[in-house]
Write a new protein. Structure first.
Lengths: 134, 134
DNA sequence: GTTTCCGGTTTCCCCGCGGTAACTGGAGAA
DNA sequence: TTCTCCAGTTACCGCGGGGAAACCGGAAAC
């Protein structure tokens, strides 16, 4: 006899899984990082490029354009010379901040856990003396 | 004169951006969905496959294996016949649940917003009569 | 003994995403 | 005049992640 498919407990959860809805916004590379850094206030293109080590101008440009189209950020040209461009989170974009914070929170715990694991492995590799503080 | 790079407000935020730390876990396709559905309780392979429309067996298998290696989920073989396999969130995996919930929360708002926008566009397209209920 | 089911694994293929690097264009500095 | 800076854009290239589909092995049902 075939096993029963148990009634999905997620039925108690919302009918259509809205994870995808949000991941559309968080999907591209560096997207969460951009939101994270903009959550500190408006920021210029080149500032963001410096803020986020490893991101290329192309990807940053692409992501900002995408996110502007989706309504998560706003682009404002400041008439200085040379003209600078400021990006800021829109009201919609602000909605993501708690989610990003929750993600960051978990990131921390993960990091601590990984460090603990590494220490344990070092221990396992027959290094009985104390790990020197970095 | 070149524009000053404004002191990063994110400096008030944690020194190393931990977004990446967490996204490593949430990175693969469907990973957040898997956590979401497991947050309702343990679930078997084929149940998950049904729960998550569109996921392929290969990806589900890959993701589950990855997440098990990373310690986010636990795999338990139930000695029935045929043997069934249950997946459940580990303590570490549970840590992600608030983040996923935050994401889902935003997903909802996004959905509502998009529907409102569609309604508005329909309005704009000169459809003065009421939209028939589906 | 053949089919079904569970829980996958393996193979093949594709295309899309992201990295690299070069280029743009206007304004100011040197 | 040439250089640099800001804010990108464009062209090219590689690879790896994901989809589709076939395959697998043991057990039980038919």
């Amino acid at each position: 006899m075939s096993l029963k498919i148990r009634k999905n407990r997620a039925a108690a959860l919302p009918p259509t899984c809205p994870v995808g809805e949000c991941m559309v916004m968080l999907g591209g590379a560096w997207a969460p990082n951009i939101i994270w850094y903009l959550s500190g206030g408006p920021r210029r293109f080149s500032e963001l490029k410096i803020d986020i080590p490893g991101i290329s101008a192309k990807v940053l440009s692409t992501r900002l354009k995408e996110m502007e189209e989706k309504g998560a950020i706003e682009r404002r040209i400041v008439p200085t010379s040379p003209p600078s461009v400021e990006y800021r989170l829109s009201d919609l974009g602000e909605e993501f901040v708690p989610a990003i914070h929750a993600i960051v929170e978990v990131g921390y715990k993960l990091k601590l856990r990984r460090e603990a694991k590494l220490a344990e492995e070092a221990d396992w590799q027959n290094v009985p003396q104390a790990v020197p503080a970095l």
